[in-house]
Design a protein. Structure first.
Ligand SMILES: *[C@@H]1O[C@H](CO)[C@@H](O)[C@H](O)[C@H]1NC(C)=O
Ligand SMILES: *[C@@H]1O[C@H](CO)[C@@H](O)[C@H](O)[C@H]1NC(C)=O
Ligand SMILES: *[C@@H]1O[C@H](CO)[C@@H](O)[C@H](O)[C@H]1NC(C)=O
Ligand SMILES: *[C@@H]1O[C@H](CO)[C@@H](O)[C@H](O)[C@H]1NC(C)=O
Ligand SMILES: *[C@@H]1O[C@H](CO)[C@@H](O)[C@H](O)[C@H]1NC(C)=O
Length: 372
């Protein structure tokens, strides 16, 4: 994991030269949002790496956040003690196990969006017992999209190089009617990402004692002013000190400085269900509470790990899926005070719906989760 760091720095030194990072711009005014993805990638971290930040009036952002999937783990402890008992879930060593698609110009109705989606099989032999884990990011470049489903890139099977796009319900289950809930609306400049996965194999079995499937992502601030402080849960908590968040659930991350600030809200719900014989994700069987935790990154003060824990109880057989698709629950304002102008960018981190947004990358994975 650490070995990827220098590469990140190299590829993403945006302010100067942004050679290997392709930026897509959403909007064409002072509230524009840009998202970027690496054109060439080599592992889960780099293939899932997505950068996003405000870029009103300019071609690429002066400061931005970078997000990537670091790895996966089977957790054998409660969510307070998860850092002490887990086993890393390695990427399957099988042919063609790196799936990524980048689309800069997708349309839905009048709207245009960019999407990056990536994924990877995990486990020793996913045709016997394993899973597929992926991530999708979207940037809505222009227009408005209303939808209650999101599209994911899914391989046709282990070792196969071909993929299909499958959609899954990302709105909360309407328990009265057992149908996918109301459409969510996304607008120009909205950026969102999704995590999804499903179990595979002819004899799928989770090891005894597994309580959660964990996905570790890393969030890094790039070129932010030095005064920007990272806090959690409405500024009530910090990474360490007397108000340390520890293993408490995280509902939001705030990056606040004197002239710039940004908030990401994490919705607390995700959907689970079954993959049908046709390979499609059926209507969710339940909407559940996700557990989101943060942890410091050794030797890297600009980054934090954001860990997502999904209940293993729903993943006890092959053909079970989960989808975490943060809904835009809040808009964060980033203000950049420059010599004579003030630029504002709206960033919505949410899950996205089907088509929608820019995509950037998805991820894949390689595997390694938790280093305590
Ligand atoms: C964005 O705005 C500039 C300046 O107003 C204009 O010249 C350009 O055509 C616009 N681009 C798009 C894609 O609308
Ligand atoms: C979680 O597990 C740890 C270690 O087994 C234990 O000390 C702690 O009491 C547990 N917490 C809860 C809330 O069950
Ligand atoms: C954005 O969408 C609006 C409304 O559909 C359209 O008028 C405008 O030309 C579009 N702008 C770009 C840059 O595509
Ligand atoms: C991997 O994909 C390639 C096509 O890109 C295909 O020729 C090859 O057969 C695949 N490998 C296996 C083991 O199926
Ligand atoms: C981890 O959890 C498993 C299953 O509950 C248990 O058997 C094992 O002793 C635990 N290991 C540690 C180091 O706590």
């Amino acid at each position: 994991m650490k070995s990827a760091t220098s590469r990140v720095v190299l590829l993403l030194s945006v302010a100067g030269s942004a050679n290997a990072l392709d930026w897509v711009k959403a909007g064409n005014d002072s509230k524009s949002m840009c998202a970027g993805v690496e054109t060439v990638c080599s592992n889960a971290a780099s293939c899932t790496r997505v950068a996003f930040g405000p870029c009103g009036g300019v071609a690429s952002p002066e400061f931005y956040l970078q997000q990537e999937v670091q790895g996966f783990a089977l957790i054998m402890a409660n969510d307070s003690a998860y850092m002490t008992n887990f086993s890393e879930l390695s990427a399957s060593v099988i042919a063609n196990n790196t799936y990524r698609a980048i689309d800069g110009d997708l349309t839905l109705g009048d709207a245009t969006y960019a999407r990056i989606t990536a994924g990877q099989y995990v486990g020793g032999d996913p045709s016997v017992s394993g899973g597929y884990i992926g991530m999708a990011s979207y940037l809505l470049k222009n227009g408005t999209i209303s939808t209650n489903v999101n599209d994911f890139l899914v391989p046709d099977g282990p070792e196969l190089s071909t993929t299909k796009t499958k959609s899954a319900c990302i709105s909360e289950l309407d328990t009265a009617t057992s149908t996918c809930g109301a459409a969510l609306t996304y607008k120009t400049g909205d950026f969102k990402f999704s995590l999804f996965g499903f179990t595979t194999g002819s004899s799928f079995v989770l090891p005894n004692g597994v309580t959660y499937l964990g996905i570790r992502t890393k969030l890094t601030k790039k070129n932010f002013p030095a005064d920007v402080e990272v806090t959690f849960n409405g500024k009530a908590k910090k990474l360490d000190g007397s108000t340390a968040i520890g293993t408490s659930d995280v509902t939001s991350v705030e990056l606040a400085g004197t002239s710039r600030s940004l908030t990401i809200n994490f919705p607390q719900k995700y959907n689970v269900g079954s993959i049908g014989d046709d390979g499609e994700a059926s209507t969710p069987t339940a909407t559940k509470d996700v557990k989101i935790k943060v942890a410091a990154v050794d030797g890297d003060a600009d980054s934090i790990y954001v860990d997502y824990l999904f209940d293993a109880a729903d993943l006890q057989a092959a053909g079970k899926y989960f989808v975490y698709d943060p809904t835009v629950s809040e808009v964060a304002t980033v203000s950049t005070a420059t010599a004579s102008t003030t630029k504002n960018a709206v960033i919505s981190e949410a899950a996205l719906a089907r088509p929608a947004l820019l995509a950037l990358g998805m991820g894949v994975a390689a595997a390694l989760l938790h280093q305590p």
